[in-house]
Design a binder for this molecule. Structure first.
Ligand code: ATP
Length: 219
């Protein structure tokens, strides 16, 4: 299994954010993590990425125990196995699009592979913008750059946080297709966290997340 979550729960001082989450995704499987605002999507992503420590339950990524990992150990598991498309994209503003990709490769793989990075930007239709800085990109180009940055290290698991909520129907479809096509091309397992119900039409495998207390389906 690329991602295996069992009995995961998380409380903040303000109350319970997640309770009894079970989720398994194998290589190349894709799933939508669908839930309204406050249902715990970001909390779950942060737990999967090792940015939060689980209070209860287990998280394994490619067989490695992310839930028990601490600090640099969690960073290391994330770097080796997980690509993340953040809602706010988080490209490095001082670097060109291409240098953002080479930096991500170096951090994730310990070396650069310009040919792979170039092939990816070509596949995403932004090859002509590789020298541009993030501020010079359109919103759609920046979004594709963020997808390229997340995929360029060839992660086993790609996690995308609300990649489409701000987009109109046509662009929602484009971004979803880009994520799916590129994840399929690289054999990457894909988890999209969103409250955007429109994505149900594109990704049939849905894990519903509702504010704590409700039942979740095990994928
Ligand atoms: N750092 C925190 N401290 C206390 N409570 C928090 C914290 N982060 C989130 N929460 C609470 O936990 C619950 C789940 O929040 P979370 O951000 O995971 O939900 P979400 O589904 O990602 O929401 P949104 O779609 O609005 O981003 C909410 O009730 C939220 O108020």
């Amino acid at each position: 299994m690329v991602l295996e979550i069992r009995g995961l729960a998380h409380d903040y001082f303000s109350g319970t954010a997640l309770s009894q989450i079970d989720l398994s995704l194998g290589k190349g499987q894709h799933s939508l993590l669908l839930g309204p605002s406050g249902s715990g999507k970001t909390t779950l992503i942060n737990l999967i990425c090792g940015l939060l420590t689980p209070q209860c339950g287990t998280i394994r990524i490619c067989g490695e125990d992310m839930g028990a990992a601490r600090g640099s150990e969690a960073d290391d598991i994330r770097r080796r196995h997980v690509g993340i498309v953040f809602q706010t994209l988080r490209l490095v503003s001082a670097l060109s699009l291409f240098d953002n990709l080479l930096l991500a490769q170096r951090l994730q793989r310990g070396g650069k592979d310009p040919a792979t990075a170039r092939a990816l930007v070509a596949a995403l239709g932004i090859e002509h913008r590789i020298k541009a800085r993030p501020a010079e990109l359109s919103q759609g180009e920046a979004q594709r750059a963020a997808i390229a940055r997340a995929l360029v290290g060839e992660p086993a698991l790609l996690v995308a946080d609300e990649p489409t909520s701000a987009l109109d129907g046509e662009n929602m479809r484009r971004v979803a297709d880009l994520l799916l096509e590129n994840a399929e091309r690289t054999g990457t397992t894909l988890l999209i966290a969103t409250h955007d119900e429109r994505l149900k039409d594109v990704m049939p495998n849905v894990v519903e997340l509702t504010p704590p207390g409700a039942q979740r389906r095990v994928a």
